[in-house]
Each structure stands twice: as C-alpha cells, then as structure tokens.
Design a binder for this molecule. Structure first.
Ligand code: EPU
Length: 337
C-alpha cells in the first residue's frame, strides 16, 4: 500500500475529467483499507469506486481511497438459488458475464452498466424493469465513524428509485466492501416487457429467451443508444426521471398531450427526463468539447478534455430551461464533486 501524490483522476472516472487527487491510494487488501481509514495524517477521505456516477468539478484535496477489493464467494447454495458475496472492486458488467457463464439469473437486464459492485447499492442501479434491490440480500461496509464493520440488510439500505440510505442519511459515512446477492439457478424470473427488449428479441428471432439471450438484447440496445465511456466520456443518465403527482401530470399533459409516462402508483407518475430535454431542444447540442448525447438526451458527454465545471453549467442550464418550459424540476442522478 503506497500513498501517491498529485495523481490525475482522468482514468478513474468514466466522464474522463482530468482533475488531480492531492493524495491517492489504491486498496487491494481489506486490512490495508482498515489501516488507511485510521490514518490520522489524512483526516478526510474520498472513497472512489468505479467512478461511473460522478462529475468531478475540482481537484480533490482529501485522500482518495480507491477501492480495488476483488473476489467472488459462494455463501449459500441449493438446487434453485445461490447467494454470492462479491467484493466491491469487481467490475459490474464482468460480474454479470460471470453469472451468465454460470447460468445464474436475476441481473441479466443490468448488463453493460458501467461501474463496480461496491457502488451499485448506493444508487440502486436499475435498467429495463430490474433494480439491484430485486436480488440484493445485504452488504458489508466499514462505518467511517467507528472504523468497524457493519452488515446492512436490504431494509437497512432503504432502496428507492436510484436511491438508498447511502445517498441520504448515511451519505459519506460508509465504505461498502462487499455485497451479497441472491440469484436463481433454475426457473429464472425473466423480465422482457420493458422498453425495447421484446422487439430486440424478435429481431433476433428468439421466442423463448434464455438469460444469456436477454443479456445480449440489452447489450445491443444499450450499445445503440448509450455512448461507450471508453470512447466518449459520460456517466450514463445525468438526471433522474422526475416523478410527478397525478395533478401535476394532468396539467402538463394538457399542454403536451404526447408526453410519455409510466404510472408508479395511484398518485405518482414517472416521466422520461430524456423526453423533456429533447423537447427543450438540447438533444445532440454540442458546446466546444462537451454536450448532450445525440441518441439519448439524458446523457451528458465529454468529447475530449472538457472541464467538469463547464458540464455542470450545462446541467444547470438544462434544469432551468426544463423548469421554465414544463414547470418540472429534474434532479441530477450523478454525484457532483
Ligand atoms: N426519450 C426521448 N428522448 C431521448 C431519450 C428518451 O424522448 O433522448 C423518451 C422516449 O419516449 C423513450 C423514453 O424516454 O421511450 C425512455 O427512454 P429510455 O428507454 O432510453 O430510458 P430512460 O428513462 O431515458 C432509464 C434509465 C437508464 C436505463 C433505461 C432503460 C434513469 C435515470 N435512466 O432511462 O439508466 O438504462 O431507463 O431501463 O432512470 C443510467 O442510470 O445511467 C441509465 C442509463
């Protein structure tokens, strides 16, 4: 374990923003993590996982602790289910592929989501009708206040749409070190109704898909719509889809009858922020070296060496414009640092 100084974080965030970490350490061993967290010389730590859900707008003064713990263990197993313990530093999509190779089902719809296992519970990653919470059992995390290991159950985590206790009450208080997930071995519970999955499977001439085929369909859809962070810097959806009350939605629908919507409950309706942003004229807009992705308006992109602060200014402009045109507030999904 070695603390380095003045390290560029460009390759550690999927937006590809070139800011510096004043102090940086990459952690591969659990004991090193405990040691580093107790270092008095660096009272403030900045925990970095896959860097896939953040916009860095300035150099980081705190000690950046890059969580690189690896490993997958079987906790319990019977004929129908397996519960796996996966260490935080494992790459999410590589883990999905590993599960598919073992024919473990439950996360095939979450194929190709960037980032690591350890950050998945923080925002309860989700796509195509499935969320992490659907397979989540518990996670282990170090409580930074006491430097002790805690186990948090699913209900402790209070998952919501792109939300958990780690984004609210316990923000910055825990370092997640591993996550336990319960997956199916047979009789997989398939979700193909959402979005374009069914039509993609039809194009592939598949009537009774396997979990591997569903993953292939999801990968194809995502590759068509979403920019690959290895080619164009981005953090996936920059904003959350807003959830409106029925009254607010009805008012909006009077002015915009064609607005797509997804009922959540009797009195709440989710609307696609991508639609609002496109309607407001931002889709595909480019400002020097950054802009709004041309195929999915919910994604902001860094084409070369954009500054995080410039992308943030664009995000604020989009939020203000959406508020003015639609009277709807859209919140960022990405953490602004
Ligand atoms: N839409 C537009 N223009 C756009 C984008 C979307 O009009 O530029 C409208 C269309 O009506 C489309 C609808 O929005 O049918 C939904 O679009 P899409 O299926 O692409 O999904 P999304 O709501 O924009 C969410 C997630 C994505 C996830 C997809 C698929 C959020 C914030 N985003 O996007 O997650 O992959 O659904 O399930 O909930 C991410 O979190 O980084 C992410 C990519």
């Amino acid at each position: 374990m070695q603390i380095q100084h003045d390290i560029s974080l460009k390759s550690y965030n999927t937006f590809g923003i070139d800011v510096k970490a004043k102090h940086f350490v990459s952690i591969r061993k659990f004991d090193d993590l405990k040691e580093v967290l107790s270092l008095k010389d660096y009272p403030n730590k900045f925990i970095l996982g896959g860097g896939s859900n953040m916009l860095l707008t300035k150099d980081v003064e705190d000690l950046v602790v890059h969580i690189n713990l690896k490993g997958i263990e079987v906790l319990t197993e019977n004929d129908s289910h397996v519960t796996l313990k996966v260490y935080s530093g494992e790459n999410w999509h590589e883990f999905v592929l590993w599960c598919l190779a073992h024919n473990y089902g439950g996360i095939e719809n979450l194929s190709l989501i960037p980032g690591n296992i350890g950050t998945a519970p923080i925002q309860n990653i989700g796509a195509y009708g499935v969320e992490l919470k659907d397979v989540f059992v518990s996670c282990e995390a170090i409580d930074l206040r006491s430097n002790t290991i805690q186990q948090l159950s699913k209900s402790d985590c209070q998952f919501g749409y792109r939300d958990s206790i780690f984004k609210r009450k316990e923000k910055g208080k825990f370092v997640i070190t591993s996550v336990a997930l319960r997956l199916t071995k047979t009789n997989h519970n398939l979700h193909t109704e959402y979005g374009d999955i069914n039509s993609e499977l039809q194009n592939m001439n598949i009537d009774h898909p396997t979990i591997q085929e569903i993953s292939k369909a999801v990968v194809a859809i995502r590759q068509r719509k979403l920019p690959d962070p290895k080619e164009i810097g981005n953090s996936g959806s920059f904003f959350k889809n807003p959830i409106l009350s029925k009254k607010q939605f009805d008012t909006l629908k009077q002015s915009f009858p064609e607005i797509p919507s997804y009922p959540i409950s009797d009195d709440s309706i989710k609307i696609p922020a991508g639609w609002l942003i496109e309607k407001a004229g931002f889709k595909g807009k480019t400002f020097e070296n950054y802009g709004v992705h041309k195929k999915q308006a919910l994604v902001l992109v860094n084409y070369s060496d954009a500054k995080g602060a410039d992308i943030l200014k664009l995000a604020h402009l989009i939020q203000k414009t959406i508020k003015r045109i639609f009277n709807v507030t859209i919140e960022t999904e990405v953490n602004i640092i």
